[in-house]
Design a protein around this ligand. Structure first.
Ligand SMILES: NC(=O)c1ccc[n+]([C@@H]2O[C@H](COP(=O)([O-])OP(=O)(O)OC[C@H]3O[C@@H](n4cnc5c(N)ncnc54)[C@H](O)[C@@H]3O)[C@@H](O)[C@H]2O)c1
Length: 251
């Protein structure tokens, strides 16, 4: 039997690190040709070389997702490389743990541009090739997109907006043969966690809403597996859903 994603082309954002890197590797191992996008050009080039050396197909594409023109250019580069698009995985994201009164406007702009605006712009730009291929979209949100989360007003806004935006895309694109789904991880063992601020004098009643996520940290590969499931034909009747991958933290 040919591999599950043989003949299919996937585009993965945030492919230089963590969940995005694991997703690109898993899709490639399952036969997809993978366009690996990230602003860290050297790292996606190295990842693509690693995939090709293992017998797969991949292309590293530098893309600063805060720049709308760069998003269009990266999609065009992928389509020039392989002229079809079966899967778009929006994995890139930035975290922000900060008291609301310490959040500056530039923080809001950075988080919302990367976590919410970029998935909109890229999905919108990819509609025609996705419809042509009968493809699908998977976006990575967070438990923080489903409920209040400690010191996460802006991150939560971006991730909650991502959930409802993707459900609206699912409604709009479903009739055209394109599925759109969301994965909501709990804690994942990636460098993103190291970048989060410590909150001095955190209110324990607020901080406890983290609910022992440290005990249920996922490996990036465990989240990648859920993304690949939703992107696969095994999920062919799943559209507009939100799949939590949190080891039961939100149960
Ligand atoms: N790590 C966690 O605990 C956790 C929990 C829930 C959800 N998530 C979500 O999972 C996704 C993947 O995060 P991760 O944990 O693998 O983090 P990570 O920091 O390891 O990877 C994020 C990637 O996104 C890229 N990126 C960030 N800003 C970018 C920009 N402006 N342009 C292009 N690329 C950019 C980074 O370069 C990096 O390669 C994110 O959307 C994150 O919000 C993570």
């Amino acid at each position: 039997m040919p591999p599950e994603f043989a003949g299919r082309v996937a585009l993965v954002t945030g492919a230089a690190s963590g969940v995005g890197r694991a997703t690109a590797l898993l899709l490639a191992a399952r036969g997809a040709a993978v366009a690996c996008l990230d602003r860290r050009a050297g790292e996606v080039d190295a990842l693509a070389a690693q995939i090709v050396a293992a017998g797969g197909e991949a292309l590293g594409v530098e893309c600063e997702l805060r720049d709308p023109a760069a998003i269009d250019a990266a999609l065009a580069r992928s389509l020039e490389w392989r002229p079809r698009l079966d899967v778009v995985a929006h994995v890139a994201g930035v975290g922000l743990r900060r008291r609301a009164e310490d959040v500056a406007l530039v923080d809001w702009e950075r988080v919302v541009e990367v976590n919410l605006r970029a998935p909109f712009l890229l999905t919108r730009a990819a509609i025609d090739p996705l419809v042509a291929a009968g493809g699908n979209v998977v976006a990575v949100s967070s438990l923080a997109g489903l409920e209040g989360w400690p010191y996460s007003t802006v991150y939560g806004a971006s991730k909650g907006g991502l959930v409802t935006m993707m459900r609206s895309f699912a409604l709009e694109l479903g009739p055209r043969g394109v599925r759109v789904n969301v994965v909501c991880p709990g804690g994942v063992d990636t460098p993103l966690l190291d970048d989060l601020d410590d909150i001095p004098d955190a209110d324990p009643a607020i901080a406890k809403r983290g609910r022992g996520l440290d005990d249920t940290l996922a490996a990036p590969e465990q989240v990648a597996a859920a993304i690949c499931f939703l992107a696969s034909t095994d999920a062919s009747h799943i559209n507009g859903t939100t799949l939590t991958v949190d080891g039961g933290a939100s149960a």
